[in-house]
Design a protein around this ligand. Structure first.
Ligand code: ATP
Length: 362
Protein backbone atom coordinates (compact mmCIF):
# COMPACT_ATOMS: atom_id res chain seq x y z
CA UNK A 1 0.00 0.00 0.00
CA UNK A 2 1.39 3.33 -0.98
CA UNK A 3 2.23 5.47 1.96
CA UNK A 4 3.30 2.59 4.21
CA UNK A 5 6.78 3.98 4.39
CA UNK A 6 5.58 7.40 5.43
CA UNK A 7 4.00 5.81 8.45
CA UNK A 8 6.43 2.96 8.78
CA UNK A 9 7.48 3.73 12.31
CA UNK A 10 4.61 1.42 13.17
CA UNK A 11 5.39 -1.33 10.74
CA UNK A 12 7.75 -2.84 8.21
CA UNK A 13 8.25 -1.67 4.68
CA UNK A 14 6.74 -4.12 2.28
CA UNK A 15 9.13 -4.99 -0.54
CA UNK A 16 6.15 -5.18 -2.83
CA UNK A 17 5.06 -1.71 -1.83
CA UNK A 18 3.84 -0.21 -5.10
CA UNK A 19 4.87 3.21 -3.90
CA UNK A 20 8.46 2.35 -4.73
CA UNK A 21 8.01 0.76 -8.09
CA UNK A 22 10.55 -1.88 -9.02
CA UNK A 23 13.00 -1.91 -6.14
CA UNK A 24 15.44 -4.70 -6.68
CA UNK A 25 17.71 -4.02 -3.74
CA UNK A 26 15.57 -3.65 -0.67
CA UNK A 27 17.10 -3.16 2.71
CA UNK A 28 15.37 -4.63 5.69
CA UNK A 29 14.13 -1.81 7.88
CA UNK A 30 15.93 -1.56 11.14
CA UNK A 31 14.25 -2.60 14.32
CA UNK A 32 15.41 0.45 16.24
CA UNK A 33 12.71 2.07 18.25
CA UNK A 34 11.64 5.65 17.68
CA UNK A 35 12.65 7.81 20.55
CA UNK A 36 11.31 11.13 21.66
CA UNK A 37 14.84 12.37 22.09
CA UNK A 38 16.24 11.68 18.65
CA UNK A 39 16.56 15.22 17.40
CA UNK A 40 19.88 16.92 17.22
CA UNK A 41 18.88 20.53 16.78
CA UNK A 42 22.10 21.51 14.99
CA UNK A 43 22.21 18.52 12.65
CA UNK A 44 21.29 19.13 9.02
CA UNK A 45 17.89 17.68 8.23
CA UNK A 46 19.44 15.64 5.43
CA UNK A 47 23.16 14.86 5.26
CA UNK A 48 24.75 12.69 2.61
CA UNK A 49 28.50 11.97 2.57
CA UNK A 50 30.39 10.29 -0.30
CA UNK A 51 27.33 8.22 -1.09
CA UNK A 52 27.89 5.42 -3.61
CA UNK A 53 25.45 2.89 -4.95
CA UNK A 54 26.28 0.18 -7.44
CA UNK A 55 23.46 -2.04 -8.65
CA UNK A 56 24.55 -5.46 -9.77
CA UNK A 57 22.59 -6.89 -12.61
CA UNK A 58 22.85 -9.71 -15.08
CA UNK A 59 22.30 -9.63 -18.80
CA UNK A 60 22.84 -12.30 -21.45
CA UNK A 61 26.43 -10.98 -21.66
CA UNK A 62 27.00 -11.73 -17.97
CA UNK A 63 27.28 -9.59 -14.87
CA UNK A 64 26.88 -5.88 -15.34
CA UNK A 65 27.34 -3.28 -12.60
CA UNK A 66 25.58 0.06 -12.76
CA UNK A 67 27.03 2.93 -10.78
CA UNK A 68 23.90 4.85 -9.87
CA UNK A 69 25.68 7.09 -7.34
CA UNK A 70 29.39 7.78 -7.46
CA UNK A 71 30.32 9.67 -4.29
CA UNK A 72 27.64 12.29 -3.71
CA UNK A 73 27.75 14.67 -0.73
CA UNK A 74 25.02 17.17 0.10
CA UNK A 75 23.09 18.75 2.95
CA UNK A 76 19.62 20.20 3.38
CA UNK A 77 18.83 22.36 6.40
CA UNK A 78 15.64 23.17 8.31
CA UNK A 79 13.29 25.33 6.26
CA UNK A 80 15.01 24.54 2.95
CA UNK A 81 12.90 23.65 -0.03
CA UNK A 82 15.62 21.58 -1.60
CA UNK A 83 15.35 20.66 -5.27
CA UNK A 84 17.08 17.57 -6.61
CA UNK A 85 17.54 17.95 -10.35
CA UNK A 86 19.08 15.88 -13.07
CA UNK A 87 18.40 14.15 -16.35
CA UNK A 88 17.09 10.57 -16.53
CA UNK A 89 19.44 8.12 -14.84
CA UNK A 90 21.17 10.83 -12.77
CA UNK A 91 20.64 8.85 -9.55
CA UNK A 92 17.94 11.03 -7.96
CA UNK A 93 15.50 8.21 -7.17
CA UNK A 94 18.33 6.04 -5.84
CA UNK A 95 19.29 8.87 -3.49
CA UNK A 96 15.69 9.19 -2.25
CA UNK A 97 15.38 5.43 -1.79
CA UNK A 98 18.56 5.41 0.29
CA UNK A 99 17.28 8.28 2.42
CA UNK A 100 14.04 6.40 3.02
CA UNK A 101 15.86 3.18 3.82
CA UNK A 102 14.49 1.21 0.89
CA UNK A 103 17.87 0.79 -0.81
CA UNK A 104 21.14 0.14 0.97
CA UNK A 105 24.15 2.25 -0.09
CA UNK A 106 27.27 0.47 -1.31
CA UNK A 107 29.42 2.94 0.64
CA UNK A 108 29.24 6.37 2.21
CA UNK A 109 26.66 7.59 4.67
CA UNK A 110 23.23 9.18 4.68
CA UNK A 111 21.45 10.59 7.69
CA UNK A 112 18.31 12.52 8.50
CA UNK A 113 17.89 14.55 11.69
CA UNK A 114 21.29 13.22 12.75
CA UNK A 115 19.94 9.63 12.62
CA UNK A 116 20.97 6.95 10.16
CA UNK A 117 18.78 7.19 7.05
CA UNK A 118 16.31 4.33 7.08
CA UNK A 119 16.29 3.99 10.86
CA UNK A 120 12.84 4.02 12.40
CA UNK A 121 13.67 7.18 14.34
CA UNK A 122 14.48 9.02 11.11
CA UNK A 123 11.59 7.59 9.10
CA UNK A 124 8.99 8.59 11.70
CA UNK A 125 9.77 12.22 10.95
CA UNK A 126 9.45 11.95 7.18
CA UNK A 127 6.38 12.22 4.97
CA UNK A 128 6.74 10.76 1.50
CA UNK A 129 4.80 11.27 -1.69
CA UNK A 130 5.95 8.68 -4.24
CA UNK A 131 5.96 9.35 -7.95
CA UNK A 132 2.87 7.23 -8.51
CA UNK A 133 0.84 7.02 -5.35
CA UNK A 134 -1.90 4.41 -5.42
CA UNK A 135 -4.85 4.84 -3.08
CA UNK A 136 -7.31 1.95 -3.07
CA UNK A 137 -10.24 2.86 -5.30
CA UNK A 138 -12.90 2.21 -2.66
CA UNK A 139 -11.62 5.10 -0.54
CA UNK A 140 -12.86 8.63 -0.28
CA UNK A 141 -10.31 11.34 0.53
CA UNK A 142 -11.43 11.20 4.17
CA UNK A 143 -11.34 7.42 4.57
CA UNK A 144 -7.92 7.33 2.86
CA UNK A 145 -6.55 9.84 5.37
CA UNK A 146 -8.16 7.79 8.16
CA UNK A 147 -6.34 4.72 6.86
CA UNK A 148 -2.95 6.48 6.80
CA UNK A 149 -3.63 8.03 10.21
CA UNK A 150 -4.33 4.61 11.71
CA UNK A 151 -1.04 3.34 10.24
CA UNK A 152 0.62 6.10 12.25
CA UNK A 153 -1.34 4.97 15.31
CA UNK A 154 -3.17 8.27 15.54
CA UNK A 155 -6.34 8.36 17.65
CA UNK A 156 -9.74 8.86 15.94
CA UNK A 157 -9.97 12.37 17.36
CA UNK A 158 -6.48 13.22 16.03
CA UNK A 159 -7.33 11.72 12.65
CA UNK A 160 -10.51 13.82 12.40
CA UNK A 161 -8.74 17.02 13.42
CA UNK A 162 -5.75 16.46 11.15
CA UNK A 163 -7.93 15.39 8.21
CA UNK A 164 -9.97 18.61 8.51
CA UNK A 165 -6.80 20.72 8.53
CA UNK A 166 -5.18 18.91 5.63
CA UNK A 167 -8.25 18.71 3.43
CA UNK A 168 -8.49 22.47 3.84
CA UNK A 169 -4.76 22.95 3.13
CA UNK A 170 -4.82 20.93 -0.09
CA UNK A 171 -8.14 22.36 -1.27
CA UNK A 172 -10.18 19.14 -1.02
CA UNK A 173 -12.61 20.34 1.65
CA UNK A 174 -16.08 19.74 0.26
CA UNK A 175 -14.88 16.84 -1.90
CA UNK A 176 -13.78 14.74 1.07
CA UNK A 177 -16.62 12.23 0.90
CA UNK A 178 -16.33 11.59 -2.84
CA UNK A 179 -14.81 8.40 -4.13
CA UNK A 180 -11.20 8.87 -5.22
CA UNK A 181 -12.28 7.11 -8.43
CA UNK A 182 -13.80 10.43 -9.50
CA UNK A 183 -10.68 12.44 -8.69
CA UNK A 184 -8.63 14.18 -11.37
CA UNK A 185 -4.89 13.47 -11.31
CA UNK A 186 -4.32 16.85 -9.68
CA UNK A 187 -6.82 16.10 -6.89
CA UNK A 188 -5.22 12.70 -6.44
CA UNK A 189 -1.77 14.23 -6.02
CA UNK A 190 -3.13 16.79 -3.57
CA UNK A 191 -4.62 13.91 -1.57
CA UNK A 192 -1.15 12.34 -1.80
CA UNK A 193 0.36 15.45 -0.24
CA UNK A 194 -2.24 15.30 2.54
CA UNK A 195 -1.46 11.63 3.31
CA UNK A 196 2.27 12.46 3.44
CA UNK A 197 1.53 15.21 5.97
CA UNK A 198 -0.89 13.21 8.12
CA UNK A 199 1.57 12.47 10.95
CA UNK A 200 2.92 16.07 10.82
CA UNK A 201 6.41 15.12 9.61
CA UNK A 202 9.40 17.44 9.92
CA UNK A 203 10.55 16.64 6.39
CA UNK A 204 8.50 16.07 3.28
CA UNK A 205 10.04 14.08 0.44
CA UNK A 206 8.24 14.58 -2.86
CA UNK A 207 9.17 12.48 -5.87
CA UNK A 208 8.06 14.14 -9.12
CA UNK A 209 4.87 15.49 -7.50
CA UNK A 210 3.54 17.10 -10.69
CA UNK A 211 4.64 14.49 -13.20
CA UNK A 212 1.86 13.70 -15.67
CA UNK A 213 -0.38 16.57 -14.54
CA UNK A 214 -1.89 19.12 -16.88
CA UNK A 215 -1.01 22.80 -16.31
CA UNK A 216 -4.04 23.31 -14.05
CA UNK A 217 -3.18 20.29 -11.87
CA UNK A 218 0.46 21.36 -11.79
CA UNK A 219 -0.49 24.81 -10.65
CA UNK A 220 -2.76 23.43 -7.89
CA UNK A 221 -0.05 21.12 -6.55
CA UNK A 222 2.58 23.86 -6.76
CA UNK A 223 0.35 26.20 -4.75
CA UNK A 224 0.12 23.60 -1.98
CA UNK A 225 3.91 23.21 -1.97
CA UNK A 226 4.28 27.00 -1.79
CA UNK A 227 1.85 27.08 1.14
CA UNK A 228 3.89 24.40 2.92
CA UNK A 229 7.08 26.33 2.22
CA UNK A 230 5.50 29.46 3.69
CA UNK A 231 4.57 27.43 6.78
CA UNK A 232 8.29 26.64 7.18
CA UNK A 233 8.21 22.93 6.22
CA UNK A 234 11.47 21.42 5.05
CA UNK A 235 10.89 19.85 1.64
CA UNK A 236 13.09 17.61 -0.49
CA UNK A 237 11.74 17.80 -4.03
CA UNK A 238 12.78 15.56 -6.87
CA UNK A 239 11.56 17.05 -10.15
CA UNK A 240 12.30 17.25 -13.85
CA UNK A 241 10.38 20.47 -14.20
CA UNK A 242 12.90 23.26 -13.97
CA UNK A 243 10.39 26.12 -13.87
CA UNK A 244 8.65 24.45 -10.95
CA UNK A 245 11.91 24.01 -9.04
CA UNK A 246 12.80 27.61 -9.82
CA UNK A 247 9.48 28.82 -8.40
CA UNK A 248 9.51 26.90 -5.13
CA UNK A 249 13.06 25.85 -4.19
CA UNK A 250 15.46 27.82 -2.04
CA UNK A 251 18.42 25.52 -2.86
CA UNK A 252 19.07 22.99 -5.57
CA UNK A 253 21.49 20.17 -6.28
CA UNK A 254 22.13 19.31 -9.92
CA UNK A 255 23.20 15.73 -10.60
CA UNK A 256 24.12 13.77 -13.71
CA UNK A 257 25.52 10.28 -14.14
CA UNK A 258 25.54 9.64 -10.39
CA UNK A 259 27.70 12.71 -9.66
CA UNK A 260 26.84 16.00 -8.01
CA UNK A 261 27.57 18.80 -10.49
CA UNK A 262 26.57 21.79 -8.38
CA UNK A 263 24.72 22.75 -5.22
CA UNK A 264 23.50 26.11 -3.94
CA UNK A 265 20.80 28.70 -4.40
CA UNK A 266 19.72 29.39 -7.96
CA UNK A 267 21.57 32.72 -7.93
CA UNK A 268 24.73 31.10 -6.56
CA UNK A 269 24.71 28.51 -9.34
CA UNK A 270 24.42 31.05 -12.14
CA UNK A 271 27.76 31.76 -13.84
CA UNK A 272 28.81 35.21 -15.10
CA UNK A 273 27.83 34.06 -18.58
CA UNK A 274 24.29 33.37 -17.33
CA UNK A 275 24.33 36.80 -15.68
CA UNK A 276 21.34 39.05 -15.47
CA UNK A 277 20.85 41.30 -18.46
CA UNK A 278 18.56 44.04 -19.65
CA UNK A 279 16.64 43.84 -22.89
CA UNK A 280 15.46 47.05 -24.52
CA UNK A 281 13.15 46.93 -27.50
CA UNK A 282 13.11 50.17 -29.46
CA UNK A 283 11.01 50.95 -32.51
CA UNK A 284 12.15 53.28 -35.28
CA UNK A 285 10.04 54.58 -38.13
CA UNK A 286 11.23 53.61 -41.62
CA UNK A 287 10.53 55.59 -44.74
CA UNK A 288 9.69 53.71 -47.93
CA UNK A 289 12.81 51.79 -49.03
CA UNK A 290 14.81 52.98 -45.98
CA UNK A 291 17.38 50.61 -44.61
CA UNK A 292 17.58 50.16 -40.86
CA UNK A 293 19.90 52.61 -39.14
CA UNK A 294 21.26 52.03 -35.71
CA UNK A 295 22.57 54.94 -33.69
CA UNK A 296 26.37 54.83 -34.23
CA UNK A 297 27.00 54.67 -30.47
CA UNK A 298 25.42 51.21 -30.29
CA UNK A 299 27.56 48.13 -30.81
CA UNK A 300 25.80 46.12 -33.57
CA UNK A 301 26.89 42.90 -31.80
CA UNK A 302 24.48 43.73 -28.93
CA UNK A 303 21.57 44.41 -31.23
CA UNK A 304 19.17 42.45 -33.41
CA UNK A 305 16.08 43.35 -35.40
CA UNK A 306 13.17 41.44 -33.88
CA UNK A 307 10.31 42.81 -35.99
CA UNK A 308 9.98 44.67 -39.23
CA UNK A 309 6.58 45.72 -40.43
CA UNK A 310 5.59 48.28 -43.01
CA UNK A 311 6.82 51.63 -41.81
CA UNK A 312 8.75 50.52 -38.69
CA UNK A 313 11.47 48.24 -37.38
CA UNK A 314 11.94 47.10 -33.79
CA UNK A 315 15.46 46.50 -32.46
CA UNK A 316 16.34 44.49 -29.38
CA UNK A 317 19.45 45.70 -27.61
CA UNK A 318 20.86 43.40 -24.93
CA UNK A 319 23.02 44.87 -22.18
CA UNK A 320 25.01 42.28 -20.23
CA UNK A 321 25.40 42.96 -16.50
CA UNK A 322 24.54 46.64 -16.91
CA UNK A 323 24.43 49.32 -14.27
CA UNK A 324 21.58 51.80 -14.21
CA UNK A 325 23.74 54.54 -15.79
CA UNK A 326 24.43 52.33 -18.83
CA UNK A 327 20.70 51.64 -19.23
CA UNK A 328 19.89 55.37 -18.97
CA UNK A 329 22.62 56.27 -21.50
CA UNK A 330 21.34 53.72 -23.99
CA UNK A 331 17.76 54.93 -23.68
CA UNK A 332 18.94 58.55 -24.21
CA UNK A 333 20.84 57.58 -27.36
CA UNK A 334 17.91 55.65 -28.78
CA UNK A 335 15.48 58.49 -28.03
CA UNK A 336 17.83 61.11 -29.57
CA UNK A 337 17.80 59.07 -32.77
CA UNK A 338 14.02 59.00 -32.89
CA UNK A 339 13.48 55.47 -31.52
CA UNK A 340 10.51 54.75 -29.23
CA UNK A 341 11.16 52.46 -26.29
CA UNK A 342 8.44 49.81 -26.51
CA UNK A 343 9.69 47.33 -23.91
CA UNK A 344 12.33 47.06 -21.21
CA UNK A 345 12.95 43.82 -19.33
CA UNK A 346 15.33 42.88 -16.56
CA UNK A 347 16.15 39.26 -17.27
CA UNK A 348 17.61 37.22 -14.43
CA UNK A 349 19.47 34.03 -15.31
CA UNK A 350 17.10 31.08 -15.39
CA UNK A 351 17.70 27.74 -13.77
CA UNK A 352 17.34 26.27 -17.23
CA UNK A 353 20.38 28.29 -18.42
CA UNK A 354 22.40 26.94 -15.48
CA UNK A 355 21.11 23.39 -15.87
CA UNK A 356 21.86 23.24 -19.59
CA UNK A 357 25.34 24.66 -19.08
CA UNK A 358 26.21 22.15 -16.33
CA UNK A 359 24.49 19.06 -17.71
CA UNK A 360 25.56 19.83 -21.28
CA UNK A 361 29.21 19.57 -20.22
CA UNK A 362 28.86 16.02 -18.85
N1 ATP B 1 16.89 -1.52 -9.15
C1 ATP B 1 17.80 -1.22 -10.06
N2 ATP B 1 18.57 -2.20 -10.62
C2 ATP B 1 19.53 -1.92 -11.51
N3 ATP B 1 19.78 -0.66 -11.96
C3 ATP B 1 19.03 0.35 -11.46
C4 ATP B 1 18.01 0.10 -10.49
N4 ATP B 1 17.45 1.29 -10.17
C5 ATP B 1 18.08 2.22 -10.91
N5 ATP B 1 19.03 1.66 -11.67
C6 ATP B 1 19.94 2.36 -12.59
O1 ATP B 1 20.65 3.33 -11.83
C7 ATP B 1 20.81 4.54 -12.57
C8 ATP B 1 20.19 5.69 -11.78
O2 ATP B 1 18.80 5.47 -11.74
P1 ATP B 1 17.80 6.40 -10.90
O3 ATP B 1 16.43 5.84 -11.07
O4 ATP B 1 18.31 6.59 -9.52
O5 ATP B 1 17.95 7.77 -11.71
P2 ATP B 1 16.95 9.01 -11.77
O6 ATP B 1 17.82 10.23 -11.76
O7 ATP B 1 15.93 8.92 -10.69
O8 ATP B 1 16.30 8.82 -13.19
P3 ATP B 1 14.78 9.14 -13.65
O9 ATP B 1 14.66 10.62 -13.66
O10 ATP B 1 14.72 8.54 -15.01
O11 ATP B 1 13.86 8.47 -12.66
C9 ATP B 1 20.14 4.29 -13.91
O12 ATP B 1 21.15 3.90 -14.83
C10 ATP B 1 19.19 3.15 -13.64
O13 ATP B 1 18.98 2.37 -14.79
Amino acid sequence: MAGLLDHSCVGRVSQSNPAFGDVSVADKPSADKPSADVSNADAPIVQVRDLCKTYSGWSFRGRRDINALGGVSLEARAGDVFGLLGPNGAGKTTMIKILLGVVKPTSGSASMFGQRAGSTAARCRVGYLPESLRVDRHHTARTALGFYGRLSRMSSAEIDRRSDELLELVGLRGRDNESVRRFSKGMYQRLGLAQALMHDPDLLVLDEPTDGLDPVGRNEVRKVIERLRDLGKTIFLNSHILQEVEMVCSRVAIMAGGKLLAIGSIDELASPTDAANVLIDARAALGHGDSIHLPPEIDPATCSVIARVAGAATHRVTLLSPDQAAVDRLIDVLRQHGHSIVRLENKRPSLEDTFMRLVGQV
